[in-house]
Design a protein around this ligand. Structure first.
Ligand SMILES: Nc1nc2c(ncn2[C@@H]2O[C@H](COP(=O)(O)OP(=O)(O)O)[C@@H](O)[C@H]2O)c(=O)[nH]1
Ligand SMILES: [Mg+2]
Length: 331
């Protein structure tokens, strides 16, 4: 049970949740295993960890067997609170965005096609991290093999437009057409799975209209708004403007549609350093499932400090949680 877990275990678990490579995942799981108290009340957790360890070992073996050149480079394990994937034609500023917000080693060049493989980095937003993936460019007649799979699996998809370029309208149209050909469209709302086969998958996302600092950018932005119409929201950006760049992490956080919940053991202070990340709209029961890993049936009551209720108010298990709520679970 969670109360017996050591801080080292919880730290390793946080690393596991943030891990982006099979090596990191396995290392974190091995540490969790070493730190897990091996007694009766943690049996379910032990079994769960064993399963995860064996899956992580297999995943790593597979990567090693295939060799670096053969694994699908676009299969990028999610890290942090969600995965944000960039999509754009050459030279629009994709790598500049990732380079400006993360410590990932991206190449920023004045010549196109410098990014041959996707490069993930982590963006910090308050107490969470969000994964941001730099990607190779698409053109009207070339989409790198494997890339469309990432469009479908991403939590958020951002089409990057270049307002310094006279071809910005065509280039954005190219990206939206590639998505439409794979039955993907952007939505300003929550992710929507196709109602019937062949229908559109709606992935949360928007058009980041970069280089708003360039000459003629304002006029191009107006034309772009007319072209895109209701198909996507448009957010202007300049990677050279620190204020606009500083607003991106919050934008990403809103688009990944998750909430941070701080779990509080009865009679103790909440752990404000390490929130549980849940999909927006989750309730107390779903939090219990995340905290107690299969023992959630033991949670019978909860008290909540946060939005819309009096401090410490008792709430039902189906109570919908909000970002930054503090919850005390009673077994
Ligand atoms: N004026 C202007 N240039 C930019 C901006 N962002 C990126 N660039 C330049 O655009 C070029 C391509 O950038 P890069 O990030 O490599 O684009 P990518 O090919 O989409 O990854 C580089 O010369 C950047 O310095 C911006 O906001 N304003
Ligand atoms: Mg690039």
């Amino acid at each position: 049970m969670a109360a017996n877990l050591t801080p080292q275990y919880l730290a390793a678990e946080a690393r596991y949740r943030a891990a982006t490579t099979p090596e990191e995942k396995l290392a974190a799981l091995e540490e969790m295993w070493r730190e897990l108290p091996k007694h009766k009340s943690s049996e379910k957790l032990q079994a769960d960890l064993k399963k995860k360890l064996s899956a992580a070992r297999k995943a790593l073996q597979q990567v090693e067997r295939k060799g670096p050149g053969q694994a699908n480079p676009f299969s990028i394990p999610r890290g942090g609170a969600g995965q944000v994937v960039l999509l754009g034609t050459p030279n629009v500023g994709k790598s500049s965005i990732v380079g400006g917000l993360t410590s990932a080693h991206v190449k920023i060049t004045e010549y196109p096609f410098a990014t041959a493989l996707p490069v993930p980095g982590m963006v910090h937003y308050e107490d969470v991290q969000i994964q941001l993936v730099d990607t190779p460019p698409v053109t009207a007649d070339d989409v790198p093999a494997g890339f469309p799979g990432l469009w479908r699996s991403a939590d958020v998809l951002l089409v990057v437009a270049d307002l310094a370029s006279n071809s910005v309208l065509e280039d954005v149209e190219t990206c939206l057409n590639h998505l439409a050909e794979r039955n993907v469209e952007l939505t300003d709302g929550p992710r929507e799975h196709p109602a019937q086969p062949g229908a559109m998958l709606k992935v949360p996302g928007l058009v980041l209209a970069n280089k708003i600092d360039a000459a003629g950018a304002d006029e191009r932005l107006e034309l772009l708004r007319e072209l895109v119409g209701t198909r996507a929201r448009i957010e202007p950006l300049s990677t050279r403007d620190p204020e606009r760049m500083a607003r991106l992490p919050e934008l990403f956080f809103k688009l990944v549609r998750v909430i941070r919940i701080y779990a509080k053991p009865p009679g103790k202070k909440p752990d404000l350093a390490d929130p549980f990340i849940l999909p927006a709209g989750s309730n107390v029961h779903e939090l219990a499932r995340k905290v107690y890993h299969g023992h959630e049936h033991r949670v019978r009551a909860a008290r909540l400090w946060g939005s819309g209720v009096a401090d410490g108010q008792n709430v039902e298990l189906d109570h919908i949680l909000h970002d930054k709520d503090i919850v005390e679970l009673h077994t």
